[in-house]
Design a protein around this ligand. Sequence first.
Ligand code: NDP
Length: 329
Amino acid sequence: TQAIVLASRPQGTPTAEQFRFETLELPPLAAGQVLLKTRYVSVDPYMRGRMSAAKSYVAPFEVGQPIAGGVVAEVVESQSDALPVGSVVVGNLPWQQHSVADGKSLNRIPTDKAPVSYFLGLLGMPGLTAYFGLLDICQPKAGETVVVSGAAGAVGMVVGQLAKIQGCRVIGTAGSDEKVAYLKELGFDEAINYKTANIAEALAAAAPNGVDCYFDNVGGPITDAVYDLLNKHARIALCGQISTYNTTEAPVGLRPEGKLLKTSTKLQGFIVSDYLPQWPEGVAKLTEWYGQGKLKFEETITDGFDQIPAAFLGLFQGDNTGKAIVNVA
Ligand code: NDP
């Protein structure tokens, strides 16, 4: 089968050179295992961290080994009673056209609730990140002002809609006028193009009553601007810092501690897997809201196994609106 392996570790922004296509021989199935045909591959910002050797909350990818991540696949041969041929599953699987996996490492997904690729987005890891980060860490209350950065991405667009469900005033930042228009369509009260606006002025105008909750996906200058608007007892969910993932030197910026102190702000970093035992509850709630039409979702789907590296690299240029997915048909 065709596989994409990590060819080398990137310095700074990754390029196509970091990926190599190889042909692998798959082993015969052992008891409990299934042969999978890959249908949808998720490309995610956190994979940039795994391309580096630095210690983090997931082990680095190994040079010369297939890259792996969220994949939706179909069972085409089975030695597992729980997963008959034709089952659709989601799992952490290698970037391969076919793969062999233990049935116990996979989750079977329904095919009648939503497009199956949504289990990599709204009803999967990104949706759960939004759900727990906003509802557990920020705990927004009706009437409060919520800011989310990276708002037109997979996590951000769910955060904003969940905050609207809670009755909040919602402000999003994103990197193009098209994304800003899309966020308004989704029901965001205000959306700001951080590439063209004076971010501090635009945020202050959009949040005349200050900011009670900040869901931070990006870090950097957008975050610096939000910190100037924090209200007393503000809550910050520190979810991601994509503006720094490709930097080679320690980012230099303002020292925000005084602002957090003076406002008695609570800031908490989190990893969605912190909430693993509660994932089923989160998926059920997100599925319910989606079924009721209270949550919408968007995907940017690229076609072709050979396009996986390009789709991944596009995350750092804002190519995607909503979840970046590759359709491996
Ligand atoms: P997105 O779908 O949001 O894709 C990434 C987006 O980031 C791009 O579309 C781009 O949009 C934006 N971006 C890229 N570079 C920059 C930059 N320099 N400054 C500001 N924005 C930038 O990805 P996800 O929704 O999957 O992830 C969003 C964030 O959440 C990431 O930081 C990710 O690492 C984090 N995350 C954390 C998890 C956790 O457990 N803590 C779990 C999942 C995600 P634009 O056009 O707006 O620039």
